[in-house]
Design a protein around this ligand. Structure first.
Ligand SMILES: Nc1ncnc2c1ncn2[C@@H]1O[C@H](COP(=O)(O)OP(=O)(O)OP(=O)(O)O)[C@@H](O)[C@H]1O
Ligand SMILES: O=C(CO)[C@H](O)[C@H](O)COP(=O)(O)O
Length: 396
């Protein structure tokens, strides 16, 4: 077994269609770059390459407590540096800055604070609690390279604080409840991800965090989930139809009637046709494959690991799905699975395993949540490179 520390260079095949030609720092890809719309011209041969010198805009949607912060730590880790809040600013800022990325939380566009919502009897998920006009105006301004004065929603006080200045970064990530709700904002996104955690798993995670770490009672957690549910179903969940990639987190099917919700079945649903990235695949693009990799190369204790890959439809659109049920016993053995994945956007064979090992302390590191979040991080790098025509060097 080859370990992640003795990696060999990736073949062109495993680098996928974003393989760079030439040796300079800024190189060219054979894909048209442009505004986030769909294209059917994927892999149809060389076309004019126009580098766009502007921030690349990424949207991440998920309910609260679904692992967005963990996900963002994995994504920013792909670009190196430690994300930090704006220095000298509001200590309760929700923004995280690193050399290449700025991650903002869309909670900052709540137009009703905690008390306003109570007075009007609306949840934080309701559209009337968000300022979509300002969100659209400011995402457009960042895309146009202009600094903004973004509001801050203070989760400690429940109030709206004075705004903070955000200058245009290379990659601007908007994460939160409604990144695809408003069409104006949606149309500005170059790549969109929806983190779809099933009710059972969400509940288990909430109990773990809010009971163990925040001292909430089981009843209050149940009540808060139930209170949010109608608005979640009405306003948050439907946004997944607009995502380029959806990470679905479900209870395992390997243990009948599993109550613990520790072993997860995770599905990466990848839309076809966004010119900014190519979907990855297992073994053979377009085939349907069920794979139990537990054998001589991969250690598997009960209940084992099962992969699935195949085409499907999602909200009437063509997608491919990669699924992993179970968890790794020895994370370094992920390299064996990685060797069977293609078009991953990794820059060398073993980069996925290396990233996973680097972040092995994060929740979900041994299962499909960590694996697919890492892959999405690499896809975001590919999206940036295609649009900007600039190469990002891998970081260890
Ligand atoms: N992949 C995972 N596997 C297992 N548990 C996870 C995973 N991701 C997150 N969790 C659990 O869920 C909790 C919430 O995660 P995180 O803080 O990243 O979510 P969030 O969406 O940013 O939450 P919020 O919006 O409420 O701040 C974590 O404390 C952790 O216990
Ligand atoms: O759904 C949420 C997104 O994070 C929060 O509940 C919402 O932003 C309101 O925040 P708070 O509960 O701190 O008043």
């Amino acid at each position: 077994m080859e370990s992640a520390s003795t990696m060999r260079p990736a073949s062109a095949r495993s680098l996928g269609a974003s393989t760079f030609q030439g040796t300079g720092r800024v190189r060219f890809v054979q894909v048209a770059a442009g505004r986030g719309g769909r294209a059917t011209a994927r892999r149809s041969g060389p076309v004019a390459v126009v580098a766009e010198d502007r921030p690349v805009i990424i949207g991440l949607a998920a309910d609260s407590g679904c692992g967005k912060s963990t996900f963002m730590r994995r994504v920013t880790g792909v670009f190196g540096g430690t994300p930090t809040p704006p220095s000298g600013g509001n200590p309760d800022s929700n923004t995280l800055l690193s050399e290449m990325t700025t991650v903002i939380c869309l909670d900052d566009y709540h137009c009703l604070d905690r008390y306003g919502r109570k007075e009007k009897n609306v949840t934080a998920l309701a559209p009337e609690a968000q300022n979509f006009d300002l969100m659209a105006e400011q995402v457009q301004a960042i895309r146009d390279g202009k600094a903004i004065q973004k509001p801050i929603y203070n989760h400690v006080s429940g109030l709206l604080d004075p705004p903070e200045e955000i200058t245009p970064p290379k990659i601007y990530v908007i994460e939160g409840l409604h990144p695809f709700y408003d069409e104006r904002v949606r149309d500005l996104l170059d790549f969109s991800i929806y983190l779809d955690v099933s009710d059972e798993v969400k509940f288990a995670w909430k109990i773990q965090r809010d009971m163990a770490e925040r001292g909430h009672s089981l009843e209050s957690i149940k009540a808060s989930i139930e209170a949010r549910k109608p608005d979640f179903n009405a306003y948050i969940d439907p946004q997944k139809q607009y995502a380029d990639m959806v990470i679905e987190v479900l209870p395992t099917q390997l243990i009948p009637d599993d109550q613990e919700k520790k072993i997860l079945r995770v599905r990466l649903i990848q839309k076809e046709g966004n010119k900014n990235f190519d979907p990855l695949y297992l073994f053979d693009e377009g085939s349907t494959i069920s794979w139990i990799p537990c054998g001589r190369k991969l250690t598997c204790s009960f209940p084992g690991i099962k992969f699935f890959y195949g085409p499907d439809t999602y909200f009437d659109e063509e997608v491919s799905v990669l699924e992993m049920d179970g968890q790794f016993d020895k994370l370094e053995e992920l390299i064996y699975v990685e060797s069977h994945l293609s078009s991953t956007s990794a820059k060398f064979y073993g980069e996925i395993t290396q990233q996973m090992l680097k972040n092995s302390g994060f929740p979900g590191s041994t299962n499909g949540t960590g694996l697919f979040q890492t892959i999405v991080g690499l896809k975001i790098r590919e999206v940036y490179e295609r649009i900007s025509q600039k190469e990002v060097l891998p970081v260890s």
